[in-house]
Design a protein around this ligand. Structure first.
Ligand SMILES: *[C@@H]1O[C@H](CO)[C@@H](O)[C@H](O)[C@H]1NC(C)=O
Ligand SMILES: *[C@@H]1O[C@H](CO)[C@@H](O)[C@H](O)[C@H]1NC(C)=O
Ligand SMILES: *[C@@H]1O[C@H](CO)[C@@H](O)[C@H](O)[C@H]1NC(C)=O
Ligand SMILES: *[C@@H]1O[C@H](CO)[C@@H](O)[C@H](O)[C@H]1NC(C)=O
Length: 403
């Protein structure tokens, strides 16, 4: 009766040992245990490469091992265990085992396990998340041009993303709001097809405007996958009339050109005069109205109609024929210019004359001064006499003077 406590004490000890072993087995990283392997979770895109690294702080030279999601051993130390060329050894040291998995597939996703064969075995798990890369978006709805004022609905679709991608619409450079993305999935396929609709009411100004659909996803850089297409809008022509000649002068020829900016380009043009019939000498030929000889009676407002099948546009031009006197009046401007130029030239000539005159007067004055100086050369009568005597001294003096 003294012994029953002994077996129960043993039992408690073994229970504690089991609990301790369980604690070591669990995934809780024990900072106190330098033999506990450490790993990190990784995210990789389909087709990419991921490196799984397992490290221990210290080692008792026990082997490290990586196994896959199906518990198959991939590497045991530096020994390859599974025949899969996508999986390569990156580094094997007593404290580290790193492997590379290239050309990652969606099926590679899951939990990988690193183990170290100490007593007991210690393990750590690493979750690999594989991103499905969205396909380049496709836009539909551009098939036919849209008449202005009507609504067009465009649909953008991108396949194969995981998690579902986000689609964005841009009109020119400005983001516009489409309807919320529709996410489709099918059984046995972990990826999603995403689509978004954009409805626009188009105006003539929207013709040739770029609409783009951009895929936003962690596996692609923003703007890397996008599709751009131009809107085509049908709109009635906007008509303008321009004269071919600079001036409408009586008796000369003259013509007007009608241009209609529309989509499509207008093909049918017609001309009329607001005050009645077109003059007999005016010839309408498509977009042109030509006058072989202008006459004052041609004055008035001319109207051009352009039709492109979508609608009609109308423009007007008021013709004011100028007669020959009007022409000289208008060229009076030129006369004024010529007059101005002549005036300037005359002014310059006058100025030159004045300057020349003053110069001549001054020159004469200088000449007179020289004459006066000449008489002053001899300071007194004696010197004048010595100078007059000539002689050696005189020559010397002259020489000195020149030096
Ligand atoms: C591990 O192995 C290396 C060389 O093989 C040896 O130098 C080292 O002492 C060993 N360490 C332990 C803890 O056994
Ligand atoms: C493994 O991946 C690393 C980058 O993570 C790279 O530097 C190394 O060259 C790769 N090794 C092999 C064998 O592919
Ligand atoms: C996505 O679209 C492709 C092609 O249209 C189709 O084959 C695939 O089954 C679709 N997948 C999903 C998840 O809807
Ligand atoms: C203009 O027309 C009138 C009659 O319509 C004619 O008498 C006149 O000679 C014309 N003038 C010119 C410059 O052709």
């Amino acid at each position: 009766m003294a012994f029953p406590s002994a077996p129960s004490a043993l039992w408690i000890v073994s229970l504690l040992t089991a609990l301790f072993a369980a604690a070591v087995h669990s995934n809780i990283v024990n900072d106190e245990d330098p033999l506990q392997p450490m790993t990190s979770d990784e995210t990789v895109s389909v087709g990419g490469m991921v490196t799984l690294t397992c490290r221990v702080a210290e080692t008792d030279n026990s082997s490290l091992q990586w196994s896959n999601t199906a518990q198959q051993t991939l590497y045991f130390g530096e020994k390859r265990a599974l025949r899969d060329n996508r999986i390569q050894l990156h580094r094997s040291t007593p404290t580290e085992l790193s492997i590379n998995i290239s050309d990652v597939q969606l099926s590679d996703e899951g939990e990988y396990t690193c183990s170290i064969f100490t007593m007991p075995v210690r393990t750590a798990r690493a979750t690999v998340t594989v991103l499905g890369v969205p396909g380049t978006p496709q836009i539909s709805g551009f098939e036919t041009p849209v008449p202005e004022g009507e609504k067009v609905t465009l649909t953008c679709t991108s396949t194969g993303s995981k998690p579902p991608a986000k689609l964005r619409w841009y009109k020119g450079d400005i983001e516009v709001q489409g309807r919320p993305d529709v996410v489709e999935s099918v059984p046995d396929d972990p990826t999603y097809n995403v689509s978004s609709e954009l409805t626009l009411e188009v105006t003539a100004n929207d013709d040739d405007t770029k609409i783009s659909c951009v895929v936003d996803h962690d596996s692609v850089k923003h703007g890397e996958k996008k599709t751009e297409q131009s809107l085509r809008v049908l709109y009635a022509p906007d008509v303008a009339i321009t004269p071919e000649e600079r001036m409408a002068i009586e008796g000369q020829k003259f013509s007007l050109q009608c241009s209609g900016k529309g989509n499509p380009e207008p093909t049918i043009y017609s001309w009329e005069k607001a005050e009645g019939e077109l003059p007999p000498l005016a010839k309408a030929d498509g977009a042109f109205l030509s006058f072989s000889v202008l006459n004052k009676s041609d004055n008035g407002m001319y109207i051009c109609h352009a039709d492109n099948g979508i609608g009609k546009g109308r423009g007007s031009y008021t013709l004011q024929v100028q007669d020959t006197t009007a022409m000289s009046t208008s060229s009076g401007v030129d006369h004024a210019v010529i007059g101005g130029v002549v005036a300037v030239i005359v002014f310059i000539l006058l100025c030159l004359l004045i300057v020349l005159g003053r110069y001549l007067i001054r020159h004469k004055g200088t000449y007179l001064t020289h004459e006066a100086k000449g008489s002053d050369d001899a300071p007194d009568a004696d010197t004048a006499i010595i100078n007059a005597e000539g002689g050696h001294s005189g020559a010397e003096e002259k020489k000195e003077y020149f030096i």
